[in-house]
Ligand binder design. Sequence first.
Ligand SMILES: Nc1ncnc2c1ncn2[C@@H]1O[C@H](COP(=O)(O)OP(=O)(O)O)[C@@H](O)[C@H]1O
Ligand SMILES: [Mg+2]
Length: 287
Amino acid sequence: MYAVEIRGLSKSYKTKKLRTVEALKGLSLDIEQGEVFGFLGPNGAGKSTTIKCLMGLIRPTAGAASILGCDIASPQARRQVGYLPENPAFYDYLSAEEYLRFVGKMFDMSPEDAARRVQEVLNLLELWEPRKRLIRTYSKGMVQRLGLAQVLIHDPEVYILDEPMSGLDPLGRALVKEIILDLKKRRKCVFFSTHITDDVEKVCDRVAVINKGDLLAVDRVENILERGVEGYDVTAASADGQVQELFVHKEELPSFLKQTLDQKLAIEKIEPRRKNMEAFFLELVAR
Ligand SMILES: Nc1ncnc2c1ncn2[C@@H]1O[C@H](COP(=O)(O)OP(=O)(O)O)[C@@H](O)[C@H]1O
Ligand SMILES: [Mg+2]
């Protein structure tokens, strides 16, 4: 059973001027349990549309999807999911602590379980100290972290996060990455959208690239990075101690290595020089 299964999902919006916008065109994707999956695309690609369909917030024009085997049209599909909206809005006359207890209650947790879990999660997201302050007084970064706290409360199996790193400073981003990696260790599924290639490179097992409602590519991140290797920066020292640095093309590495043996050069360093995720993404989207 897949954590998330998407089959031919399409969504057209009608604008006020009665124009039709095809925001999503027949998207199909399978996301495994225990997988961190990046949904990468520029602004307007259709990422939030996909996620809102999965969460039952808008209805797809065509196609179907399920979460842990439950059709997205059924409330069961949402019981096992933690969802972070793109622009989370909270009851800002509550404190973080009150709000998170409310979330626990919505997921049928006992008051004791909820209280214990709220404490853990507030600590994890560095919101323990301001927990009694009204959300209204929080900074943007604090609100974003509260959004993540809210996602973690009921310890779901699947996490669907719409741009979880956006609007955070470098410390906040590092914290979110750490949390995602921790979820991965615990074999949870994380499906998150982003337009930042670096986030994908650092935490994802697989990535799907989407643009203008079309799926452009799906692959393992390590495959993309491996294919991107163009050659190697080599530092080698000759017997008399002279150090040279040179670039060796990918195909020439075997013959180069043989040559260094023959010439008794000592290799001090070999570093792959590669196109990164950003180059891959830009090439795909520009095409
Ligand atoms: N409610 C709506 N009405 C009309 N067009 C919309 C609506 N929501 C989104 N769109 C359009 O659908 C496309 C995809 O939007 P969205 O899914 O929000 O993209 P992303 O999250 O990747 O930035 C964009 O062209 C956007 O303008
Ligand atoms: Mg979006």
